[in-house]
Write a protein of this length. Sequence first.
Length: 273
Amino acid sequence: MMRLMVSSDPSISAKHLPYSPESGSYSVSRGQAGSNGATSPALPVPPQELWEGYATRPSEYLEGGQRDVKTMMEILGSSGLVLEKGARLIEIGCAGGRMLRWFADFATEGEVWGTDIDAQSIKWCQLHLSPPFFFTTVTTSPHLPFEDRYFDLIYCGSVFTHISELADAWILELRRILRPGGYLYITVHDKNTIRILSSREYADFFLSKILFSPEHKQIVESDFLEFAISRTPKGAQVFYDIDHLRHQWGRFLTVQSVTPSAYGYQTAVVLKK
């Protein structure tokens, strides 16, 4: 009960989801490790419980990750990013590597890292996708175990959609580890997201039901700058007015572009140091 109270408390920032949380101990055997990227012609697909609801079958999981990476790189390219061999990339909130796996070519020449608060996902990635990638478990606290000005590209798909009060602190931490001239790609919920989720196509979608419930309908329909609802141990559902967000984050980094519907119903924001 105490563990649940701590993990659910939004005032405590340094939280993570532990590996094998149901037990007071765990062991990882040699037999649990699969063929890694250095020896296998194709990177393995994680078990479905690590898909974070992005797919219902392996082909959909792979195609969705590849599509989101392709869209991201097109947006970043239009904003001026040119990734060269030896570049250093990091995905914040990589889960089971749905997007990260498509940077294998960069990983063989440079460094590609994945981080997540879900230790179960990170442990699977370390056992099956490393090499060529690097992975580490982090917490919800805005601190990352990397030196200043280390990465050429940082990207976060559907991460800031769940960070409420500490969003600015996280932006500053990402700015710290981003090299001068480096790029930051973040997807967010905004008013365009709300417009999409209000359509008949999303009538039965879990987030639409939360947004337009009697509990939250008045907030959604207000002239908001930002709001956070449905706080859980994994975070909240956070929405922004995009002009307000441009102003907020533009104090720390240069806003290069804003692209609606870049990550499903989420809007992509590209920033440059």
